[in-house]
Design a protein around this ligand. Structure first.
Ligand SMILES: [Zn+2]
Length: 339
């Protein structure tokens, strides 16, 4: 081991033994927006041996205010976030392994991302995916760390299946769409991202170096602007919980039909085809060339038609910007991409 990690080894709670454990650890980061990018940088610098980064989106200028891994060049090239993150992490620490996955996390793929790692960190922006992560992690008995940040408020909780309450023990039902503030409606400041990521990644270091007795065992809620810090101690799992007590993993068993989601942070809708498929972007570009100027890289294609900006990924998934009307976006997708 070179002296890259010497200051972390000097920190006696980690020490040389803990550092060895970190180097042999595997983490999946679900979502690489603001929180995910912050987690990725901290954990790569700390020497976590393997980081899998899963994200469905690409870098835009509106991300740069808070998503610390990304550069203007990434936004110009419209690189997928996981790809841009992998590139930047290689500059930060070339001694660890990273895996970039450009995909929408859903019931058909989540278990593959979860079952071969030691720990999962939440960097997503919506509850739908968090319930999926919760189902998959409870099913495969993997520890995961919930984290959320919007406006100047954030929350986090570490979930150890069968030992601590799971997400569904605490929040029985998904909040109704539109009832919770999002980055789109309430904005967000960077320091709350750093604060929540600091807690999540410190919990990760404790778990991976084997110091689980030091975990905070709470639901932590912070509002930096209002100077409000709350720590709600968590007890045992709810014996009536549908997920961890009754083992009903309903989010993993969703119907395999078309699904779509309004994205956080902009006027856009994502459309995913019902089955995993691959699209040849070059021949697709050929098909669309009469509709307008096409931007193409190895991961995605972009064109503006009828005032809507269409971005299509290799897996036939699309993000349609310029509307938050799901049915309008669906018919636009059917017209130009087809299913
Ligand atoms: Zn539970």
């Amino acid at each position: 081991m070179n002296d890259r990690y010497s200051r972390q080894i000097l920190f006696k709670e980690i020490g040389r033994e803990g550092q060895e454990k970190l180097l042999n650890s595997r983490i999946t980061l679900i979502g690489c927006g603001a929180l995910g990018a912050a987690h990725a940088e901290i954990l790569a610098r700390a020497g976590v041996g393997f980081l899998r980064i899963v994200d469905r989106d690409f870098v835009e200028y509106t991300n740069l205010q808070r998503q610390t891994l990304f550069s203007e060049q990434d936004a110009i090239e419209r690189l997928p976030k996981s790809i841009a993150a992998k590139k930047r992490l290689a500059e930060i620490n070339s001694e660890i392994e990273t895996e970039a996955i450009v995909a929408d996390v859903n019931h058909s793929n989540i278990e593959n991302y979860v079952k071969d790692v030691d720990l999962i960190l939440d960097g997503t922006d919506n509850f739908q995916i968090r319930y999926l992560i919760n189902d998959a992690c409870v099913k495969h008995e993997k520890i995961w760390i919930y984290g959320a940040a919007v406006s100047s408020y954030g929350a986090t909780m570490t979930i150890i299946p069968n030992e601590t309450p799971c997400l569904r023990c605490i929040f029985e039902e998904i909040p109704n769409a539109g009832s919770a503030p999002t980055c789109d409606t309430a904005g967000v400041i960077q320091p709350i991202i750093s604060s929540i990521s600091a807690i999540q990644t410190t919990e990760a270091l404790k778990i991976l170096s084997g110091k689980t007795e030091k975990l905070h065992k709470s639901l932590i809620q912070i509002d930096l602007w209002q100077n409000d810090w709350r720590k709600i101690k968590l007890g045992k799992p709810n014996p009536e919980c549908e997920t961890c007590a009754k083992r009903d993993f309903k989010f993993l068993e969703a119907e395999n039909t078309e699904f779509s989601a309004v994205l956080c942070g902009r006027n856009a809708v994502q459309i995913s085809p019902p089955k995993l498929s691959q699209i040849d972007l070059s021949s697709f570009a050929e098909k669309l060339k009469n509709y307008g100027e096409i931007k193409l890289n190895e991961y995605l294609l972009r064109i503006t038609i009828e005032d809507l900006e269409l971005t299509v990924f290799n897996d036939a998934r699309a993000i349609i910007r310029g509307t938050d009307d799901i049915s309008a976006a669906r018919s636009f997708y059917a017209k130009y991409v087809g299913v």
